[in-house]
Design a protein around this ligand. Structure first.
Ligand SMILES: Nc1ncnc2c1ncn2[C@@H]1O[C@H](COP(=O)(O)OP(=O)(O)OP(=O)(O)O)[C@@H](O)[C@H]1O
Ligand SMILES: [Mg+2]
Length: 364
């Protein structure tokens, strides 16, 4: 039996004529780390707040450990939560802010002390322990908010964008800390973020939402390799997947600028029932410039002139116009090309994604 179950959950805020969340279904296993990801306003916080009990559920049923939770008060749900807009107690020190929830729960004093020490230690707050929130940076305050939640030792841990105020370096180290914490606490975690890198690196499974509707649920690599629609394909992965309007006829793909590629028969067969007008998607790393791939797929070889480059160090992005669209290819640091260079390339055929032009659903 799954540990948390969302069954046909709907949310409509009073006075709004449209659902914030529509028919949300999900089964979460005990100890799983789930990420909700999607653009601003897609319903991530609303869903999390319904699970925590801070927002009424308009329709559907929420179960935790086999018990219906819809009418259960937040404090009785066995949940601790880090809010997107958390508020610390301004008159209390860091230490007291972290301890406060435990005092309310009547946890013995020596245990509180131990837990607060532990939280201060892993969150790197030692030198700020006697400071009040107004004398902390945004990132330090956010760590205090995390500390308040992790000391509570609940079965379910909900986090709403807990790293959004941190600088890039601290974000990466906190990402690791939260993953480690999750494993050591053994809690079931739901983590909300609009950052697909956070979702990809931390979660066992990702739920991608758009306009209040779940688009796809899956393990990070499943979403990356097998996106079910164009939205998921474009949302996961950076730089974004390249998309082209194409016409497929037999095994020939024709692009808007007249460029042509030949598809292997198995792929052509899959597309044969889908009319001719499709969207082709390909990730930057599946555009190949090396002689081996050029040899393998030589009959579909293309040419372009590099218009821009992004040098990242470990890898580089090459920008050029192809197929009627700006295209970005990812190459290793050993294959740098410069602006103005003429290059030859191929799309790896079995890495192409085809989407229906109307529904934007994947084909095949
Ligand atoms: N209290 C409210 N009353 C009315 N509408 C609301 C309320 N809270 C949120 N909404 C609306 O519900 C939708 C979902 O909001 P929600 O806060 O869940 O989005 P989100 O995915 O968390 O976005 P963000 O990434 O910006 O935090 C939005 O259209 C928002 O405007
Ligand atoms: Mg939100």
């Amino acid at each position: 039996m799954s540990f948390i179950e969302l069954k046909h959950i709907n949310k409509r805020y009073p006075g709004v004529d449209k659902n914030a969340v529509t028919d949300f279904n999900l089964e979460i296993n005990e100890k799983e780390f789930i990420a909700f990801v999607g653009p601003s306003g897609c319903g991530k916080s609303t869903t999390l707040r319904m699970i925590a009990g801070f927002e009424d559920i308009t329709g559907g049923e929420l179960m935790i450990d086999g018990v219906r939770m819809n009418e259960v008060a937040p404090r009785d749900r066995g949940i601790s939560m880090v809010f997107q807009n958390y508020a610390l107690y301004p008159h209390m020190t860091v230490e007291k802010n972290i301890a406060y929830g435990l005092q309310n729960m009547k946890v013995p004093k020596d245990e509180i002390k131990k837990k607060v020490e532990w939280a201060i230690d892993i969150l790197g707050l030692q030198e700020y322990r006697y400071r009040k929130p107004k004398n902390l940076s945004g990132g330090q305050r956010q760590r205090v908010a995390l500390g308040r939640a992790i000391v509570k030792d609940q079965k379910v841990f909900l986090m709403d964008e807990p790293l959004s105020n941190l600088d890039a370096k601290l974000r990466v180290s906190m990402r690791n800390e939260i993953s480690k914490l999750h494993r050591s606490l053994g809690s079931t975690t739901i983590y909300v973020t609009h950052d697909q890198v956070e979702a990809m690196t931390m979660a066992d499974r990702i739920v991608i939402m758009k306009d209040g509707v779940v688009q796809q649920v899956g393990a990070p690599m499943e979403l990356y390799e097998h996106p079910q629609n164009k939205f998921v394909a474009g949302f996961i992965g950076s730089p974004q997947m390249n998309f082209y309007d194409v016409t497929v006829s037999g095994s020939t793909v024709t692009f808007a600028d007249g460029s042509r590629m030949t598809l292997p028969q198995v792929i052509a067969d899959k597309l044969s029932a889908c009319g001719g007008e499709l969207i082709l998607g390909i990730r930057g790393e599946d555009i190949k410039f090396d002689s081996q791939n050029l040899g393998l797929y030589g009959e579909s070889k293309q040419q372009a002139v590099i218009e821009n480059t992004e040098i990242m160090g470990n890898e580089n992005n090459l920008y050029f116009t192809f197929g009627g669209a700006l295209t970005v290819a990812r190459v290793s640091k050993y294959e740098v090309s410069r602006i103005g260079d003429s290059v030859e390339f191929v799309f790896v055929p079995h890495k192409m994604h085809f989407f229906d032009k109307e529904t934007e659903r994947v084909i095949g």
